[in-house]
Design a protein around this ligand. Structure first.
Ligand code: C2E
Ligand code: MG
Ligand code: MG
Ligand code: MG
Length: 280
C-alpha cells in the first residue's frame, strides 16, 4: 500500500474528504488550469564541453508553479499527465515555449546554444510530430540545429514504426536527437542501431556509481559503444570533480550536473552566460 504513494488513500482536502478517484480528478482539473493559466514554466540546465568547459547547450525542464504548493518538479505531475493524455498539450506548450525563448535570445543579440526538450513516449509516437516541429521552427525563423529532442530507450521501443518515421524526418530537418537515461532501458543494441540519433546521455545513476578513482565499467562501456557508433556522449548528474576527471579520461564530450549548475530560470541563464560573453 505504502508503495503506491498515496494513490489509493483518502485525502483530506479543503472541500472535505476525497476518495482516490476524486483526488485524482481534482489534480487533473488543476493541471488543466495550470496549462490554461500560465502556471507552467521552463528552467534550463546547462551542458558543458568537458575539454574546454564551454557552454554547449541547455536542457529545458518543465516546472509547475502551483498556487498553493509552490514549485513542483516534473515527477509530481508528468506521470499523471501521461496517464490522462494531457501530456500532448503540455508537450506542445513546452516545445512552443522553448523555441520562443530561443527566438527571444537571438533577437536580443545573444548567440544561442542548442536547447533540448524532453519528449514523452506519447508525443514521440504521435503522427505529424516532425511536421509540427518543422512548422514551429519555420514560423520563428530558427535553424533546426538549435533544437534537440531527448527521448528514452523505452519510449522508442514502444511502437517502433511511428517513432522511426518521426525521428527519421526530424533528423532530415536537422533537429538533434539524444537518447536520455541511456542504460536504464532494456532495448537491444541491435534495435538501437536502427534509430537516427546523434547523442547518448548516460544516466546519472551510472555516473554516480563509481566510488574509487576508476570509472565504473558500465560508463566506460557506454562511452566506447557511443564512440564506436559515431555518437556524442553526455554524462548527466555530474556532481563532483572526481566524476568529471574520470569522464575526461574517457574522452566523454559533454557533461551536465549540479557540479556546473542546477536548472535555472531563463533570466538567470542570461545573467550568468549571455551577459558575460557579450561583455567579453
Ligand atoms: P531528465 O531529462 O533525465 O532530466 C534530468 C533530471 O535530473 C532533472 O530533474 C534534473 O534537475 C536532475 N539533475 C540534473 N543534474 C543533476 C545532478 O547533478 N544530480 C542529481 N541528483 N540530479 C540532477 P527534473 O527537472 O526533476 O526532471 C525529471 C525528469 O522529468 C526528466 O529527467 C525528464 O524525464 C522529465 N521531464 C522534465 N521536463 C519535461 C518535459 O518538458 N516533458 C517531459 N515529457 N518530461 C520532462
Ligand atoms: Mg532529459
Ligand atoms: Mg536523463
Ligand atoms: Mg530521467
Amino acid at each position: 500500500r505504502a508503495k503506491k504513494a498515496g494513490g489509493d488513500r483518502w485525502v483530506l482536502h479543503e472541500d472535505g474528504l476525497l476518495s482516490p478517484e476524486e483526488e485524482r480528478a481534482r489534480k487533473v482539473g488543476e493541471l488543466r488550469e495550470a496549462l490554461a493559466n500560465g502556471q507552467l514554466l521552463l528552467h534550463y540546465q546547462p551542458k558543458f564541453e568537458v575539454a574546454s568547459k564551454r557552454l554547449a547547450g541547455l536542457e529545458a525542464l518543465v516546472r509547475w508553479n502551483h498556487p498553493q504548493r509552490g514549485e513542483l518538479a516534473p515527477g509530481e505531475f508528468i506521470p499523471l499527465a501521461e496517464e490522462t493524455g494531457l501530456i500532448a498539450e503540455i508537450g506542445e506548450w513546452v516545445l512552443g515555449r522553448a523555441v520562443a525563448q530561443l527566438r527571444e535570445w537571438e533577437d536580443w543579440g545573444y548567440e544561442p546554444v542548442p536547447v533540448s526538450v524532453n519528449l514523452s513516449p506519447i508525443e514521440l509516437q504521435r503522427e505529424g510530430l516532425a511536421g509540427r516541429i518543422e512548422g514551429l521552427l519555420a514560423k520563428l525563423g530558427l535553424p533546426a540545429r538549435l533544437l534537440e529532442l531527448e527521448v528514452t530507450e523505452s519510449s522508442m521501443m514502444r511502437d517502433i514504426d511511428p517513432v522511426l518515421s518521426n525521428l527519421t524526418e526530424l533528423r532530415r530537418l536537422g533537429v538533434g536527437i539524444a537518447i536520455d537515461d541511456f542504460g536504464t532501458g532494456y532495448s537491444s543494441l541491435g534495435q538501437l542501431a536502427r534509430f537516427p540519433v546523434d547523442t547518448i546521455k548516460i544516466d546519472k545513476s551510472f555516473i554516480q556509481s563509481s566510488r574509487e578513482d576508476e570509472p565504473a565499467p558500465i560508463v566506460e562501456s557506454i562511452v566506447n559503444l557511443a564512440h564506436g557508433m559515431k555518437l556524442k556522449v553526455v554524462a548527466e548528474g555530474v556532481e563532483d570533480e572526481r566524476q568529471l576527471r574520470l569522464l575526461s579520461r574517457l574522452h566523454c564530450e559533454l557533461a551536465q550536473g549540479f557540479l556546473f549548475s542546477r536548472p535555472l530560470p531563463a533570466r538567470e541563464i542570461e545573467e550568468r552566460y549571455w551577459k558575460k560573453s557579450a561583455a567579453r
